[in-house]
Design a protein around this ligand. Sequence first.
Ligand code: GDP
Ligand code: K
Ligand code: MG
Length: 272
Amino acid sequence: MMNIALIGNPNTGKTSLFNNLTGSYEYVGNWSGVTVEKKVGLFKNGKDQLIDLPGVYSLNPLSKDEGVVTNFFLEESFEKLLNILDASQLRRNLHLTLQLLEYGAPVTVGLNMLDVAKNRGIQIDIEKLSKSLGVHVAPVVARSGKGCKELAELATGEATVSSEKTLVYYGKAIEEGILQLGQKLNGRTRHPVRWLAIQLFEGNPYVKTYLTTFLPEAEIESIVDSVTVAQQQQSGGIQALDQVIHRKRSDAIEKIVSAATTIPVDGKIPLS
Ligand code: GDP
Ligand code: K
Ligand code: MG
């Protein structure tokens, strides 16, 4: 039995997909500390479980409800992730995907809303997208259930992979900060140092709290301060680390999306 977590931005079709992927058995409760519903369903293979996570745009939470997702990564155990994407909003959706790939768990991507993308004239080369991300991407129509069987087989099967690629290079200051944190942690955490460091530099309070189980808070803050200073020297101006990280991700996403999509020749996106 494997635990597979379903994750994606709000309104990408998570609930529709959850309903299509899971059978009759379903357990519903609340996530601890918040009034957000926690749903766990059994895949139609009768073996593996699908855990429905709240919709988020990023792992760096803006609210306590969103913190459920970061806490899930930090505290619960799961084997794989199923990341649902809105094909008509790839640039926005991939910010979360990059953070999931940084986490290093095996990821399968379900590409939903392809009908909406198509209506706007956006064509996506799924093979190219999959190659760029380094994980399997499968088209799905979450609302009708089309493609769900194939997606379930990919997500629960042997073939699911973690991306071997470093998709975003965050610049010298941040990259050195990642190494610095790694030296201090010295193999004491089960989570990937790169992911922890980037979340910390972005200001994720849950990750900071988690790190205080290994390091004094002052030491953690001194690493963040030194990265901030190094970043300012590098860029010649004051820049918040979260903004630098967001921009680096946007740059990487732009390359991935422009290589894998074609938009209408006149460049206009018709309103659907
Ligand atoms: P969630 O907020 O991520 O749980 O998304 P929902 O499953 O509630 O879906 C949000 C809306 O998108 C609903 O109105 C769905 O019917 C619709 N939806 C889901 N999948 C598709 C799809 O593939 N195409 C289109 N056009 N709409 C979809
Ligand atoms: K919704
Ligand atoms: Mg939902």
